[in-house]
Design a protein around this ligand. Sequence first.
Ligand SMILES: O=P(O)(O)OC[C@H]1O[C@](O)(COP(=O)(O)O)[C@@H](O)[C@@H]1O
Ligand SMILES: [Mg+2]
Ligand SMILES: [Mg+2]
Length: 336
Amino acid sequence: MVKKNITLGEFIIKNQASFQYSSGELSRLLNGLRLAAKVVNHEVNKAGLVDIIGEAGDVNVQGEDQKKLDVLANEKFIQTLSKREIVCGIASEEEEDFISINSYDEKHQNKYIVLIDPLDGSSNIDVNVSVGTIFSIYRRVTPVGTPVTLEDFLQPGRDQVAAGYIIYGTSTMLVYTTGDGVQGFTLNPALGTFYLSHPNMEFPETGNIYSVNEGNYVHFPQGVKDYIKYCQKEEDDRPYTSRYIGSLVSDFHRNMIKGGIYMYPKSSVSTNGKLRLLYECNPMAFLAEQANGKASNGKDRILDLKPTELHERVPFFCGSRKMVEKAEEFMAAHNE
Ligand SMILES: O=P(O)(O)OC[C@H]1O[C@](O)(COP(=O)(O)O)[C@@H](O)[C@@H]1O
Ligand SMILES: [Mg+2]
Ligand SMILES: [Mg+2]
């Protein structure tokens, strides 16, 4: 039985066996993320009081207007991760290309690749709705002693060594996995310390919440339309409740606690959906599977997809296993 209320640092040391490489390396990685999370949390909490609301004035590689908090979060995570003498490369939603980071001895001794969505749910920043940060961690595949290459970033999701998110909501939490279950830590703002509050988080096998932007309904494939109608039908334990925050991290977090499915399907206006495989879908899929949930593109397991580009998008169905299987059934009925 995992004792609650131990700190993140204590938990990592106590559970070093759950990380296939040295726990010292994991600590340094998570410490970097933890520090940046606290800085971003501080800014998020006073958004509106200080000039952190609104557009930054630039457009990112996705063609989206960057929010000031997107830019700040991006800078903070890259800064802290670059200084830990452990990360050799970072890719971010807000950076067109990957960033190569050399070790202090200039001999490319660092071993970890980090992919991040520095601020998830950007459309919610200015309206005081919860947002998040998502991270995905791999060991490099190119030899230590050489600079990282694109190959190090285009690894299938099943090779992640750790993944997680920070949610800036009613409380601030860091939720992560190293392939041995999912642990949730809550920030005690007075002490600036994360404490284990949600050990061994698990998706209920099924649930009654569906999360999808129904404003896109007319553009959805027939299989998705049929599944939404199925969720809304008065039959058995249905109709389900529709809940859509518009921040992937927040919708995922709620569905993991209560049972539910999140969908961002392909549509006639976005042929591969909206979400990015490398720093949104892969990390959330790793967490989902580690929490007995499921994640697919409507047909194939997300973690088995072979990435081809840094910012590629994929359709995303994720959550309680039985609900994702049901949605896949409807997709398969239309060969979608
Ligand atoms: O407004 P839409 O089209 O429903 O999209 C909302 C989805 O897009 C996202 O905001 C994309 O993430 P970013 O905010 O990091 O770009 C998800 O968090 C969210 O689930
Ligand atoms: Mg995002
Ligand atoms: Mg983002």
